[in-house]
Design a protein around this ligand. Structure first.
Ligand code: UGA
Length: 430
């Protein structure tokens, strides 16, 4: 029978909040903790500071049952929990070097304030070797036996709750000689069968996380390279990727061509892995190429827009659909839409944007409409930067009447709709 744990999460971003809520839903007592007072106030009032389908309902249900609480670090009494998850942010600099400041702040806090042995689980994405380094730091106190484990995140934004409840595998790194498997079986068997809980060294677990994201990013860049060739050779990338993906050794996922990958994970983790390799005197040529392709793909697309406007001498007025980095999220980090906006601005385009979400801009907000009609006013072309299925239901006749001469489809969403698109110049990727 499952033994319920008392779990503290340090860090209430996507990672901590989704995992914490899902653990509470399975009967554990969970406290999600943050140093940001305002954020904790929002959470205590039953709201979440970002969009994640299904999360708020589950959160409120578990708050009402008394299994899920929120507190600032000052209020939280960490001593009472048997497990402490670290789920703080780990950004990179532009060379891919990870800033572990927040992770070490959390560890130092634990070192100073927690005097009984805990299971400390690093859920933040950290470079290979970090958990072992943390174990050495906490081992400096001889009479406390914290065990530091790695347990990376594999959920996707926009589908994170479902991914957490139904994982493909659970990866757990454990330090040598520590008997901790029974604890993880108990924690995760409400979500997944025993044989899919994979135990390994902390280093293997950390590297698994980076390799998974880097591999997926590489697949996307590979198909994007092929897409550009397909265009020149008169092939159709959708037909090619569909056929290639039917080989079970390859599979159909993450080979959708477009203007490249964005988000808070792929760009950051791919760069970090290249940096980690360089630091040990190795290189990952394939991944370096994938990053190069991803940077190029958007310029290639922009060039197409530019050439079209030059050739036709239209007024440089466009509408951009999609500023989030993918559908069903309000996250604009490393978003291709935002990048396109900035690039188009530099080329003196006047741009009206549309996005259905209440977007969370980190620094400079971009003005946008939440109404499609308003966003289209006066534009000569429409640019699609996100694979949002709703764009398939556009009224193309009305688009034409409104003066839209061309659609630049950065996600190949409308590629099959030749009949509806008649009379509009249509450009896809590949
Ligand atoms: C990604 C991984 O998919 C998760 O497994 C991982 O847990 C997460 O990072 C993380 O490290 O936390 P996420 O960043 O939410 O998840 O987004 P994805 O759904 O993977 O999409 C990433 C980007 O790739 C998007 O810009 C999307 O448009 C693009 N993409 C995806 C393509 O261009 N082509 C595809 O075929 C698939």
């Amino acid at each position: 029978m499952q033994k319920n744990n008392k779990i503290a999460f340090l860090g209430t971003g996507y990672v901590g909040l989704v995992a914490g809520t899902c653990f509470a839903d399975k009967g554990n007592e969970v406290n999600c903790i943050d140093i940001d007072k305002d954020r904790i106030e929002i959470l205590k009032s039953g709201k979440i500071p970002f969009h994640e389908p299904g999360l708020q309902e589950m959160m409120i249900r578990n708050m009402q049952k008394g299994r899920l609480t929120f507190s600032t670090l000052d209020e939280a009494k960490l001593e009472q929990y048997n497990v402490i998850f670290i789920s703080v942010g780990t950004p990179n600099d532009s060379y891919g070097k990870t800033d572990l400041g927040k992770v070490y702040d959390a560890i130092n806090y634990i070192k100073e304030n927690v005097k009984t042995s805990k299971i400390i689980i690093i859920r933040s994405t950290v470079p290979t070797g970090t958990c072992s380094a943390i174990q050495s730091i906490v081992d400096e106190d001889n009479d406390i036996n914290h065990i530091v484990c790695s347990n990376p995140e594999f959920t996707k934004e926009g589908d994170a709750v479902n991914d957490f409840l139904n994982p493909d595998r659970v990866v757990v790194g454990i330090p040598k000689g520590k008997e901790i498997k029974a604890f993880f079986y108990n924690l995760y068997m409400p979500f997944i069968s025993k044989e899919k809980i994979l135990f390994m060294s902390n280093e293997s677990s950390e590297l698994t996380k980076y390799s998974s994201n880097a591999f997926l990013a590489t697949r996307i860049s590979f198909i994007n390279d092929i897409a550009r060739i397909a265009e020149k050779l008169n092939a159709n990338i959708e037909e090619v990727s569909n056929a290639v993906g039917m080989d079970p050794r390859i599979g159909p996922h993450f080979i959708r061509a477009g203007i490249g990958y964005g988000g808070s994970c792929f760009p950051k983790d791919a760069l970090s892995l290249v940096n980690q390799a360089n630091e040990v005197g190795e290189s990952i040529n394939v991944l370096e190429g994938a990053i190069k392709t991803n940077n190029y793909q958007i310029l290639y697309f922009l060039d197409r827009v530019n050439k079209y406007f030059q050739k036709n001498n239209f007024k440089k007025k466009v509408t951009l659909f999609g500023l989030s980095f993918k559908p069903n999220t309000d996250d604009v980090r490393e978003s291709r839409g935002v990048m396109l906006y900035n690039l188009l601005k530099k080329e003196d385009f006047s741009i009206r944007c549309y996005d259905p979400m209440n977007l969370k801009f980190i620094s400079k907000p971009i003005p946008y409409y939440q109404n499609i009609e308003d966003s289209l006013e006066g534009s000569a072309a429409l640019i699609i930067s996100v694979e949002d299925e709703q764009y398939k239901n556009l009224n193309f006749k009305a688009l034409k009447e409104n003066g839209i001469k061309a659609i630049f489809d950065g996600r190949n969403l409308l590629k099959d709709m030749t009949e509806e698109l008649e009379g509009i110049d249509y450009f896809s990727v590949g």
